[in-house]
Design a protein around this ligand. Structure first.
Ligand SMILES: [Zn+2]
Length: 191
């Protein structure tokens, strides 16, 4: 990491603490700027990773043309409007044409886009579009259900409200039955 950039970030966080009315020299806060800078860097480490590279190394040719679904994948991200967390579950499905991808790579793909400052809508679309481009499948469906602390902590929406976004491409967009099968698989057995 760049030491100059680190110390500039830490100085800004110190200024932010003073702005909030804190004494940034008191014992409990002395190391906070360093911790916050490091933690934010970790939470946004997706910028340093290339989603296409992640998928590229794990594509397999397989004669399988049924829906493949990864359900209930944990997602943690930061809303770009407030830099507060939003988090929930992603459900990703695709119907391969020739190529399939390792399941762990699907999880990593979501991680690369989630570990950035985001809006839920864009995160959903980016995952779907990248899969469409890299796998060239018959279709892709992505549904993301998340709670936003910027809403919950600030009392904007009813407590426990969940935002749902979806991106349906290829067969998931054109075939009602495919979309329906996806939605049934997602919702089935969810307590
Ligand atoms: Zn927000």
């Amino acid at each position: 990491m760049n030491e100059d950039a680190d110390s500039i970030a830490e100085e800004h966080i110190r200024a932010l603490l003073r702005y909030l009315g804190e004494d940034d020299t008191r014992e409990g806060l002395v190391k906070t700027p360093e911790r916050v800078a490091r933690s934010l860097k970790y939470l946004t480490k997706g910028y340093a990773e290339d989603p296409k590279e992640i998928l590229g190394g794990a594509l397999f040719v397989e004669d399988y043309q049924e829906m493949i679904l990864l359900r209930d994948l944990d997602v943690f991200s930061l809303c770009e409007h407030h830099l507060l967390p939003f988090f929930g579950r992603a459900h990703i499905a695709y119907i391969p044409k020739r190529r399939i991808v390792g399941v762990s790579k699907l999880a990593r793909l979501v991680e690369v886009y989630a570990r950035r400052v985001q809006v839920q809508e864009r995160l959903t679309t980016q995952v779907a579009t990248t899969l469409m481009e890299e796998l060239d499948p018959l279709g892709v469906g992505v549904v993301l259900k998340a709670e936003h602390l910027c809403m919950r902590m600030r009392g904007i929406e009813k407590q426990n409200s969940v935002m749902v976004t979806s991106a349906m491409l290829g067969a998931f967009r054109t075939h009602h039955e495919t979309r329906q099968e996806f939605m049934t698989l997602i919702n089935g057995g969810e307590g």
